[in-house]
Design a protein around this ligand. Structure first.
Ligand code: NAP
Ligand code: G4F
Length: 350
């Protein structure tokens, strides 16, 4: 039986990846951070909570990473943990640099000392391309980070490359474009929209306040992207791949489709507020996935329209169940209306 260690198993990707690896008969270990309240709703939602082995660890604490590698004694390590929300990385740039960036060296060192034969996956991001000025981004497109998050991810990307070349380790990065799902965090725009639309259609909210509606992203479906991640570590040779849909759509298009799904006109409900604009944003991303197609046999199946539909309908179903008094693992009732969060990101633009 193969063993895998996933950092960030409580997050969207970590949870879907754990489910995938369990279906392939892996013994799955995952790191979690102690919080004052439990944070395992995604694992419960995917019905795998009792099947994974949890190890307390923090990317800031090298000792805990060594311990996690020692306890799990894995064949594969997937580093999914990071300050994954770009706005938070603007608000906490130093913490982000350490967690998203330099912590990856700590993890690679732990692996190198314990067992350099362990295969390592680093969660790189299309955000590293920034505003590259190119119509489509592939594995050879020059990086041009436009946020503290992207800068830290780029460090992690390159250090993974260095460990592969210097120590002959099977250490690879997947350059994943945005991928969403019903278990996406509520702060990301896709889920903010699907949750907001569900609430508006049920009369629980009156409006949806957003930032830059013109930004374009290449949006795919998260569970499918975890299949690509898995395939990268089963490859004969360690290699980096872009994982994307090769389609780019604006936030405005997402909003329009989401409101259409519940029969409403978005223009009546959506407002913008400078508070949700970033000090610097990435305007356009679109990924070329032909290398992944030809070498991994991976291609995306869920189209943009279908993704929006799935997310809106799942949030709608949840709110209806909630209003019926049903109890189930879910994040939204505990989440504050973002308009009430005062944040430093607003200062520059106000
Ligand atoms: P997510 O849902 O926000 O999950 C992030 C995970 O990182 C959570 O489990 C979180 O733990 C953990 N984490 C944060 N700080 C940590 C620390 N100091 N020590 C240990 N764990 C820590 O993000 P995601 O969407 O699943 O993304 C997974 C990875 O892929 C991230 O590295 C992200 O940057 C990258 N990525 C994501 C996308 C995308 O579109 N989703 C695209 C490209 C790259 P808590 O639950 O305790 O907060
Ligand atoms: O959903 P977002 O916060 O995702 P973003 O910044 O693209 O980052 C995500 O994808 C990256 C891959 O490219 C990952 F590496 C990263 O971890 C994360 O998963 O924002 C998408 C776009 C941005 O241009 C943002 O300015 O939507 C725009 N936007 C407009 N209004 C908003 C809002 N974003 C958020 N979060 N909230 C808004 O109200």
């Amino acid at each position: 039986m193969k063993k895998a260690l996933i950092t960030g198993i409580t997050g969207q990707d970590g949870a879907y990846l754990a489910k995938l690896l369990l279906s392939k008969n892996y013994k799955v270990y995952g790191t979690f951070r102690r919080a004052s309240s439990p944070n395992f709703w995604r694992l419960q939602n995917l019905e795998i909570f009792s099947k994974v082995h949890l190890i307390p660890a923090d990317l800031l604490d090298m000792g805990s990473l060594i311990e996690a590698v020692k306890i799990s004694d894995p064949d594969e390590v997937y580093n999914m943990a990071a300050v994954s929300y770009v706005s938070t990385a603007f608000e906490q740039p130093v913490g982000n640099a350490e967690i998203t960036g330099t912590a990856v060296t700590k993890l690679l060192e732990a692996i190198r000392f314990f067992n350099p034969k362990i295969r390592f996956y680093q969660a790189s991001s299309s955000e590293m391309y920034g505003n590259s000025g190119t119509k489509i981004q592939n594995e050879n497109t020059a990086f041009s980070p436009a946020s503290p998050y992207a800068s830290a991810k780029l460090y992690a990307h390159w250090i993974t490359d260095v460990y592969r070349k210097a120590y002959d380790m099977f250490a690879v990065s997947g350059i994943l474009f945005n991928h969403e799902s019903p278990i996406r965090g509520l702060e990301f725009v896709s889920r903010k929209i699907s949750n907001g639309v569900a609430k508006i259609s049920l009369g629980l909210e009156k409006e949806l306040v957003l930032g830059n509606l013109e930004a374009k992203r290449d949006w795919g479906y998260a569970p499918e992207y975890m299949e690509a991640v898995y395939l990268m570590l089963q490859n004969n040779t360690p290699n980096s791949y872009v994982i994307s849909t090769k389609e780019s759509h604006s936030v405005k298009e997402f909003v329009k489709l989401a409101f259409e799904e519940v029969g409403l006109n978005w223009k009546k409900y959506v407002k913008t507020d400078k508070k949700f604009f970033r000090p610097l944003d990435v305007n356009y991303l679109c990924g070329e996935n032909s290398k992944a197609k030809s070498e991994l046999g991976w291609y995306p199946k869920t189209k943009f329209k279908e993704l929006v539909k799935v997310m809106v309908n799942e949030d709608l179903k949840r709110w209806k169940k909630f209003l019926n008094g049903e109890f189930f693992p879910w994040d939204a009732p505990m989440y504050p209306n973002e308009s009430k969060i005062a944040g430093r990101q607003s200062l520059k633009k106000l």
